[in-house]
Design a protein around this ligand. Sequence first.
Ligand code: TYM
Length: 335
Amino acid sequence: MQTSDKKVIFSAVKPTGALTLGSYAGALKNWIAMQDDYNCYYCVADLHSITVRLSPADFRRNTSEMLAMYLALGIRPEKCTLFLQSHVSAHAELAWVLNCNTLFGEARRMTQFKEKSKRDPENVNVGLFDYPVLMAADILLYQAEIVPVGEDQKQHVELARNIAQRFNSRYSPTFVLPEPVLPRSGAKIYGLQDPVKKMSKSNDNPNDCVYLSDDADTVMRKFKAAVTDSDARVAYDKANKPGISNLLTIYSVFADVPVSAAEKQFADGGYARFKQCVGEAVVEFLRPVQAEYRKIAADKAYLQSVLKTGAEKAAYAARKTLSKVYRKVGFLEKA
Ligand code: TYM
């Protein structure tokens, strides 16, 4: 199929920290699987990252490490458009137009904004509030129909759809209406220490979160220490056994088996053996990825060339949508 006949996908991760098992399970696993059948735009959302305070040196490192990890996981720049958000100025430009088509009330209802404001009350900046509108610009610029994300981003994609609908009816049909696509298993991976809260790259407790860059000993140690319950029965029961259910989901994602099969496989053993097997499945998955990562991360010229090509391809597509939007809202054309 020609690229132009394929449905468009957009998705991104923000480089506020290293990629986690959660980002892989919720988003990247689907991104990789969808590369052959869709016209995919995958992005490192660096503009989104500055809503939190990061040192410029850490931020730069996170951004290149994230790009190298995308590639090591199997995102192929020959198959998709891979780029940095800040390299395509149309994202910020469209965000402004969409700001003027987003109601304060609907942005205020965003769960992540409420949660993040509570977590860091000293830094409730306007960018944090506006964050979902920039996300809408990311998606709508490429006329994306499908947005593969984890559960926590579903509400933001739905807002993007509402903004698109409002713009289309206020002016005339301009944007494709996007839809979130969640994975069957792993749409929300929980913390290993606190299995009722989302596993997050910005968690203060390093044992709560497994990073894709963790070495084998660290991975095994974190799984060994994972919080479970006193029942000693491996069964999926999210309400009563959140720790075990989370481990079953992680096993299902990384060993690539349905949760029900994993449940059967471990029904007769105790928690210690189960935790060991979950850790081993993750270590086995990470071993070739990390070897590839070391090679790619060392090749700065390759990383630069991927970004250059990606930015050119993305800017071309984005400019087409932005010009259309500028015409529709009534900006005079540049001579
Ligand atoms: P971010 O960086 O918080 O997360 C990146 C992706 O990973 C998913 N995810 C998880 N899924 C399951 N379990 C978890 N514990 C977990 N943690 C993270 C997220 O749902 C997400 O899909 N604003 C976005 C990045 C972004 C974006 C976009 C996404 C910018 N523009 C446009 C889609 C479309 C974010 O901060 O994701």
